[in-house]
Ligand binder design. Structure first.
Ligand code: NAD
Length: 380
């Protein structure tokens, strides 16, 4: 089977979907791997490193697409890519399927199979393929470092002959994978950390990292079978904001990571809450690209509101592109290896398989995920 990866075309993207060591492992499986000329330059892999790993370097991406049985990418492919592909080709990528309904519809129309990295099941077995988690974890780390760099004070407590500096205060809103890594990173830097999530089950995890779990009464909350938060009602969100304002006001850094799968991110930090914060504080919105948890954040920009810096980077994992590429490529390899028929040296898409059946977004002309099918139908 021929596997191809082209350079990412999304503006500012430094990450890539394969690494030389993953190419070696794919070649060992019996795959033929090719990459576009210049692939991986952003993370300092030159064409020779792909060739010595066993990949062919294609001068022209169209040639790569036309011959590929499997196309691997990180960001959703441009719709024009689909025109170059073989009938029955398999695409492995993040697809952002709820927002990219036209792309999903085109995949199905062209009878292309999409293995959607956002839909990898959140099970113990599939953890090694879980690219949402690998990238979220790095994003949580990067967010804290960006905030620490932007703020005009230190995070650890310092006792010096000139006096004692109190530790910086960090408030993390949303304690999924990114939030947990943000807490751990802020703790390592010596900050005093508080955290809040609508899912009470995370209290134990927050405490085990040495942070304080903030309890806010918003009435009934819950989580789905996959462990995702259920959306709050507008009334619950309002109650949450009122109680949370005080914690934001006391913090030097607020990091928001709250997401609800398949929906726009909830608006949690309002302009009034920002106005109540100390000038010089920093708010980092990890949900900026999915609607924003913070009023006034702008994707890929840093803006000043009421003297508070709002950071709305749309690709925090891209700040640590080398490790992010390595983790993503490893997730992709584990997915391919899971579905690989060693004797036939090919990828087998078995819709009955727990992992493949869950992340197989489109197959044989169908959109298989009911929620995404509904979103596609609703958008046409
Ligand atoms: P996510 O990115 O969907 O959301 C981030 C966090 O925001 C979640 O913890 C969510 O509860 C929280 N949130 C949503 N609305 C909120 C609000 N209004 N206020 C405050 N917080 C709010 O989460 P994720 O990182 O993808 O993790 C989702 C779940 O999957 C978690 O339970 C996680 O532990 C679980 N998970 C399991 C595995 C595994 O078992 N293999 C792997 C990864 C994640």
């Amino acid at each position: 089977m021929k596997i191809f990866a082209a350079k990412e075309t999304k503006r500012g993207e430094q990450r890539v979907a394969l690494t030389p060591s993953v190419v070696e492992k794919l070649v060992q499986l019996g795959a033929h791997v090719s990459v576009e000329r210049g692939f991986g330059q952003s993370v300092n892999w030159d064409d020779a490193s792909w060739e010595s790993a066993g990949a062919e370097v294609k001068q022209d991406s169209k040639d790569g697409y036309a011959q590929a049985d499997i196309v691997v990418s990180l960001n959703p492919p441009e719709p024009t890519v689909l025109d170059h592909l073989n009938h029955n080709a398999i695409l492995i990528s993040f697809f952002d399927p709820f927002d990219n309904t036209q792309l999903v519809s085109a995949l199905a129309r062209k009878r292309l199979s999409g293995l959607c990295m956002e839909l990898i099941p959140r099970t113990t077995y599939a953890q090694k393929m879980d690219a949402l988690s690998s990238q979220a974890s790095l994003a949580g780390y990067a967010a804290v470092l960006i905030a620490a760099e932007r703020i005009n004070k230190v995070l650890p407590m310092m006792t010096t002959p000139a006096g004692t500096i109190a530790p910086g205060r960090v408030f993390v809103i949303g304690v999924g994978v990114a939030g947990l890594q943000a807490i751990a990173t802020a703790k390592r830097l010596g900050a005093r950390v508080e955290a809040y999530d609508t899912r009470p089950v995370v209290e134990e995890q927050v405490r085990s990292l040495g942070a304080r779990f903030v309890k806010i009464d918003v009435g009934e909350t819950g989580q789905t079978e996959q462990g995702y938060a259920k959306a709050l009602t507008e009334e619950q969100l309002e109650r949450q904001r009122r109680q949370m304002a005080r914690y934001c006001a006391n913090s030097d850094i607020v990091i928001t990571t709250a997401q609800v799968f398949g929906r726009r991110a909830p608006r949690i930090v309002t302009d009034d809450m920002i106005a109540g914060m100390k000038p010089g504080s920093v708010v980092v919105d990890l949900a900026a690209s999915t609607g924003g948890n913070v009023e006034g954040t702008v994707v890929d920009q840093e803006v000043l509101r009421h003297g508070v810096l709002l950071v709305g980077n749309g690709n925090f994992a891209g700040e640590v592109a080398l490790d992010a590429s390595q983790m993503y490529a490893s997730n992709v390899f584990n997915l391919i290896a899971h579905a690989w028929d060693k004797e036939a040296a090919r990828l087998v898409l078995d819709p009955e398989d727990d992992v493949i059946g869950t992340c197989l977004l489109t197959h044989e002309g169908d959109i298989r995920h009911p929620g995404i099918r509904e979103a596609v139908e609703g958008s046409t």
